[in-house]
Design a binder for this molecule. Structure first.
Ligand code: GLP
Length: 242
């Protein structure tokens, strides 16, 4: 696992964008794994700018988002489908059929999750995965638990995550209690992983990762130790007192 430290979130976003553009230069039809939350917003702004300035072409790119709230349709302003359209997809030339965000409104999630995995496999897996991390160490919506699922699945969100994510909703009651998420195995099958961590709230997670080189289902991000090409891009805030 490689750690790269930057002065601030802007520099983290600059480096993340450079990496995405490098991957696209090498492979114009690259498969990207994408996340939501506040952390990747700077990266998405830079990708939009690169597209507008003719430095990036997404016409052949395929993307798969990590997760979605169960119960929210892509029209709901708090859904990750809405987020992705608003913050990235509608501003670049990615084809709609190539930009996959898990559906929050399925009846048969067992079948749906198998199909999401199959789609990822059918394009050869993800070339580059962009990850954020939750304050409790979750990646995507793989929450701390006794067991972690390998494949895409539906998960009950923890009280902590519901509280943290309520900042995007009008009230905590409005936050969905379940989500559909790629599994740890889905994420680990990506060829290259970038984890972005910015702000002081992420410093306990980074500190724990550095001090506890163990796999723990109670600390899902620790499973990244099992991947050979993970780079953590962190700013001074996330680095904290390390
Ligand atoms: C959310 C998402 C994750 C994201 C994380 C951090 O709950 N499911 O994919 O990485 O929390 O979010 P933020 O970047 O806003 O701190």
């Amino acid at each position: 696992m490689e750690y790269l430290y930057f002065k601030n979130a802007d520099e983290v976003s600059d480096r993340a964008a450079e990496t995405v553009l490098e991957v696209l230069r090498e492979k114009s039809d690259a498969v990207l794994g994408l996340s939501t939350g506040s952390t990747p917003l700077g990266l998405y702004e830079r990708l939009i700018r690169a597209y507008q300035e003719g430095r990036a072409d997404f016409s052949k790119v395929r993307s798969f988002n990590l997760d979605e709230y169960v119960g929210l349709s892509p029209e709901h302003e708090n859904s990750y489908g809405y987020y992705m359209r608003h913050h990235l997809f509608s501003h670049i030339n990615i084809a709609e059929e190539n930009a996959h965000v898990p559906s929050g409104t399925e009846k048969d999630y067992a079948a749906y999750c198998r199909e999401y995995e199959r789609k990822i496999e059918s394009v050869g897996g993800m070339d580059l995965m962009i990850l954020g991390v939750g304050e409790n160490g979750h990646i995507a919506f793989n929450e701390p638990d006794e067991k972690l699922s390998v494949h895409t699945h539906v998960v009950d969100l923890t009280e902590d995550t519901i509280a943290v994510n309520s900042r995007f909703f009008r009230s905590v009651e409005e936050v969905p209690k379940r989500a559909v998420t790629m599994g740890i195995g889905t994420i680990l099958r990506s060829k290259k992983i970038l984890l972005l961590a910015t702000g002081v709230k992420k410093s306990p997670v980074l500190r724990r990762l550095l001090r506890e080189p163990y796999f723990s289902t109670e600390f899902p991000v620790s499973f990244l130790f099992g991947h050979r090409d993970v780079t953590i891009l962190a700013d001074e805030g996330a680095r904290g007192g390390m």
